[in-house]
Write a protein that binds this ligand. Structure first.
Ligand SMILES: *[C@@H]1O[C@H](CO)[C@@H](O)[C@H](O)[C@H]1NC(C)=O
Ligand SMILES: *[C@@H]1O[C@H](CO)[C@@H](O)[C@H](O)[C@H]1NC(C)=O
Ligand SMILES: *[C@@H]1O[C@H](CO)[C@@H](O)[C@H](O)[C@H]1NC(C)=O
Ligand SMILES: *[C@@H]1O[C@H](CO)[C@@H](O)[C@H](O)[C@H]1NC(C)=O
Ligand SMILES: *[C@@H]1O[C@H](CO)[C@@H](O)[C@H](O)[C@H]1NC(C)=O
Ligand SMILES: [Zn+2]
Length: 459
């Protein structure tokens, strides 16, 4: 009886904590300049709206709750910003998705499916099962832990994986899920893993075999699992991690607590060490969705990956981070409009990638420099480019495109598979177009590398 009551009160608690988004709207605001973006950022800092889309030519989608709608309209008008209501049905969409997912049949441990969005335990159990099945070409990496103590896991795929010599192969890094609410991303990462291991895309098995002979491919499907789980359990549209960030407006009271309230979450994709860290396209209010933290890598999740990749720096040929949504392929720099010396290369790669993606299902992605609309500092692909010296360093924004009037993070489940499929092709095109080949020191004794002068450091 006691236990029964316990279950009831627990489920009531869960129901109460699930944010309904009743009366929330998605509003599209015209952005013609950096000044316009700064106006939106200011409203965001005042907790009047949430920024939805990262980069979008000419406009930006924001989420506005019922209490701030009048105030926001006032600010849009006085600020000379054009705006249009996309949907005022956010609550309904969130509820419907929630109900649909509850009805989906769970997969058996170690299995996976692409008709629903799976929780982190299912994703990790699948990684375990894949590694157990493909022992000679894959191994599990535990890169470290998050703030809440969840593991950050990756799979390393390469032929003859247990031989030390494979550590000298050129390396490809793919990560996903740094933003919690972008659910199609971990699903796409899992499909990419399945494809490389030959579980999916079997017609490409020869290409995949060649790939894993040549490269070591490390894929971390969900590098912000705290945020990801929170977005499943409590707030569907949560973006950041779950570490305490600081007081609203940075205002403390006399007793060392917060004057208003304590806010949670650092934007992990503003937390990397890049030029102008904490200065461009971010907010210093800990409550902001684009709060970068107090210092680069002051968050466990980013520090863990930095440490892993820094040690592999000389082997890194390709760095790709996956986000949603907008259907974009973004190239450095993200933090400044200035062009990199590799710009011509990026234009070429961009064409190849978007063509390969479109060839699969006819969906158009746009290739552009990350900072094309407005610059932001502290994002991971700029770090990989400027600090690690990885020329081929990119960011994808997956489906849907910028013109859907839906809650873009809630990509309908029947689009998971096609999104994943087109991105296998996009990735293969990307790999074919890598600019610098890092010489592999083939070394049968495994380990010690023969000191070649030419590491062809690309930076
Ligand atoms: C891995 O092992 C299986 C048999 O266990 C074998 O058929 C396959 O060729 C091996 N793959 C590689 C890349 O060595
Ligand atoms: C795998 O590694 C072992 C020992 O490190 C070596 O004897 C073998 O030839 C390697 N196989 C391939 C396919 O590279
Ligand atoms: C962009 O380039 C100009 C001219 O070379 C330079 O003065 C400026 O500092 C650069 N801006 C950034 C943010 O790097
Ligand atoms: C993609 O672009 C092509 C060429 O511009 C166009 O014909 C096609 O309709 C676009 N597809 C979609 C889904 O918008
Ligand atoms: C590096 O390896 C090559 C061929 O494997 C060998 O000829 C050369 O002597 C080695 N150099 C050093 C410094 O060990
Ligand atoms: Zn994102």
């Amino acid at each position: 009886m006691f236990r029964f009551l316990g279950i009831i009160s627990l489920s009531l608690l869960v129901a109460n904590c699930y944010k309904t988004y009743d009366g929330y709207k998605i509003v599209r605001v015209g952005i013609d300049s950096e000044a316009d973006y700064m106006k939106i950022l200011k409203l965001e800092t005042q907790d009047l709206l949430e920024i939805f889309t990262e980069v979008r030519s000419g406009h930006m989608d924001v989420l506005i709750g019922p209490k701030s709608w009048l105030t926001c309209q006032y600010h849009f008008k006085t600020g000379g910003l054009k705006y249009k209501v996309g949907t005022d049905n956010v609550g309904k969409e969130v509820e419907e998705e929630h109900k649909r997912l509850l009805l989906k049949t769970p997969v058996a441990p170690g299995q996976f499916s692409y008709d629903t969005y799976h929780r982190i335990d299912t994703i990790y159990a699948r990684l375990d099962a894949l590694v157990a099945k493909h022992r000679n070409i894959s191994e599990l990496l535990e890169l470290g832990e998050t703030y809440e103590g969840r593991k950050i896991r990756a799979i390393r795929i390469t032929s003859n994986v247990s031989s030390d010599a494979t550590n000298n192969k050129p390396m490809i890094w793919l990560d996903g899920g740094i933003h919690a609410r972008e659910w199609v991303v971990p699903a796409t990462m899992m499909y990419i893993i399945d494809s490389i291991l030959g579980e999916e895309e079997r017609d490409k098995s020869d290409r995949m075999a060649a790939l894993i002979d040549k490269y070591q491919i490390v894929i971390a499907p969900s590098i912000n699992p705290d945020g990801y789980e929170y977005s499943h359990e409590s707030e569907r549209l949560w973006r950041k991690n779950r570490a305490p960030a600081g007081c609203r407006g940075n205002k403390e009271n006399w007793f060392g607590g917060c004057f208003y309230s304590l806010c949670y979450g650092i934007d992990l994709n503003r937390n990397w060490e890049t030029p102008f860290f904490g200065q461009v396209g971010v907010s210093d209010d800990p409550c902001s969705l684009v709060y970068p933290g107090k210092a680069p890598f002051d968050q466990k999740s980013t520090a863990v990956i930095k440490n892993y990749l820094e040690a592999k720096k000389d082997k890194m040929e390709l760095f790709v981070t996956y986000h949603s949504y907008s259907q974009l392929f973004l190239t450095p720099f993200g933090y400044t409009h200035n062009l990199t010396e590799d710009h011509d290369h990026y234009v070429e790669v961009g064409k190849a990638v978007v063509n390969a993606i479109a060839a699969r299902h006819g969906y158009n992605y746009t290739a552009m420099q990350g900072a094309q609309l407005y610059p932001v500092s502290g994002d991971s692909f700029d770090w990989a480019y400027t600090v690690l010296g990885v020329v081929d360093s990119y960011c994808f924004e997956l489906r849907p495109d910028g013109d859907s009037w839906r809650v873009g993070f809630e990509l309908p489940e029947d689009q998971i598979l096609p999104t994943a499929e087109e991105n296998v092709d996009g990735l293969l095109a990307l790999i074919e177009n890598i600019k610098y080949e890092i010489g592999e020191e083939s070394d049968d004794s495994g380990g010690e590398s023969n000191d070649t002068e030419d590491e062809s450091d690309p930076s």
